[in-house]
Design a protein around this ligand. Structure first.
Ligand code: AMP
Ligand code: MG
Length: 397
């Protein structure tokens, strides 16, 4: 599931594999039903998975269940609701004329031999797995899923469960980042916490590179006294290391490099918990999706109506506001922020399913459209109302 096919898969078997009935009823020769109602002799009963070992002769019918193979000589099925049994099932009245081909599934009408059932680049869904199973394929070639290691840095991070020692904080980032990676279906290794010691950091990154396709660190990437990621990556990644100040808020600093030797990419994300998560969404996720063979790399951005004023001041940066986007019953997107927007305020991120992309300027007024990046499309209704409206419109026949 969610793997990306690297080599096209071509059908070698027709689906359906044989002509069969799409209804419970009677297999007939359509010509025999001319001038219906007509009475036909029932020569047998065919269940799915079984065949009738004789062909239908003129004036004959066979009771047939959905999915059962059509007997030779038959070219249509009359549904059971339009028939009447007689003589304890030895004969049947067909209530109306049926056309040749009616309620019959022809072989290859779903998939023909030679059809491409999964092109290279296809992201496998549950339906694809069924289609591949129909072909008797138990394996197909896909891009390997990346395996990522996640590491937190900082002397202040306390890993214990008990009360916090003075000056320490708990490690939120490792858990959020590991969960984000797992949600993508990537393999994950928890690389733990490293204190602000360049030699420890060097060792942990080097040893992780032997088991990970990519490494994500958080913290130590700004311009503070103990912001060592930059120094260590400069050393370990040689000329590939880039340290950037991205014109966004939150998540301004970012380091990236390829470890010399194995070439393992290392993403140095900022330490503030919201910044770390936003950097993951903007930079890590698209890059690792590309490594996994995906062609669609970015989260969808939709135009949504701001339900309240969005204030900001001009600072040359794109602001990404934690927000909740909803889809109303008429397909309209609405958005409102979820709370405090400082980069350490993780609670508002946990309430959000989207980021408002607010360009440099003075903000947006209520009722105006804004671009919104949807982070969690599985959770779009504010209080279930959109879903309920949809449910109400469905009827049972
Ligand atoms: P740094 O980039 O290391 O200066 O960290 C920026 C801010 O993020 C500081 O307030 C850190 O204490 C905090 N921080 C760093 N790493 C984590 C983490 N793993 N979990 C929670 N907060 C963190
Ligand atoms: Mg730090």
């Amino acid at each position: 599931m969610d793997c990306v096919v690297s080599e096209a898969v071509v059908a070698t078997e027709p689906i359906p594999p044989f002509t069969n009935s799409s209804m419970d009823g009677y297999a007939v020769r359509a010509v025999d039903t001319r001038g219906a109602p007509v009475r036909l002799t029932v020569v047998g009963s065919i269940m799915a998975g079984h065949a009738l070992n004789q062909d239908l002769a003129p004036g004959e019918a066979a009771r047939i269940m959905t999915g059962a193979p059509l007997p030779g000589g038959a070219d249509a099925v009359c549904m059971i609701e339009e028939t009447e049994d007689h003589d304890e099932g030895r004969s049947v009245t067909i209530g109306r004329e049926v056309r040749a081909g009616e309620f019959i599934r022809q072989p290859g009408r779903d998939v023909g031999i030679g059809d491409v059932v999964a092109a290279a680049g296809t992201v496998l869904t549950p339906a694809h797995l069924g289609v591949l199973a129909n072909q008797g394929k138990d394996s197909v070639l896909t891009y390997p899923r990346p395996h990522v290691g996640v590491l937190s840095t900082g002397d202040e991070l306390y890993a214990g469960a008990g009360p916090l020692p003075p000056g320490k904080i708990r490690d939120a980032n490792r858990h959020s980042l590991l969960a984000l990676a797992r949600r993508e279906g990537w393999g994950c290794t928890d690389l733990g916490i490293v204190d602000d010691d360049d030699e420890h950091l060097r060792q942990r990154l080097t040893s992780a590179s032997s088991t990970c396709d990519a490494i994500i660190t958080s913290g130590g990437v700004s311009v503070g006294d103990l912001d060592l990621i930059r120094v260590v990556l400069e050393d370990l990644c040689g000329g590939t290391m880039r340290w950037m100040q991205v014109a966004i808020r939150p998540a301004k600093p970012l380091a990236f490099g390829l470890l010399a030797g194995p070439g393992t990419p290392v993403f140095g994300l900022p330490g503030n918990p919201v910044s770390a998560m936003v950097s993951f969404e903007l930079f890590v996720r698209p890059a690792l999706r590309a490594m996994g063979g995906h062609r669609s790399l970015h989260r969808p951005v939709v135009p949504a109506v701001a339900d309240a004023d969005l204030h900001r001041r001009s600072d040359g940066k794109l602001h990404l506001l934690r927000a909740r986007v909803t889809l109303d019953s008429r397909g309209g997107w609405h958005v409102r922020t979820t709370g405090g927007q400082e980069s350490h305020q993780l609670h508002s991120m946990s309430e959000a399913n989207a980021l408002i992309l607010l360009p440099d300027g003075s903000g947006a007024q209520a009722g105006n459209p804004v671009d919104v990046m949807v982070l969690n499309a599985n959770d779009l209704s504010e209080n279930g109302s959109a879903l309920l409206e949809h449910d109400r419109q469905m009827t049972v026949s």
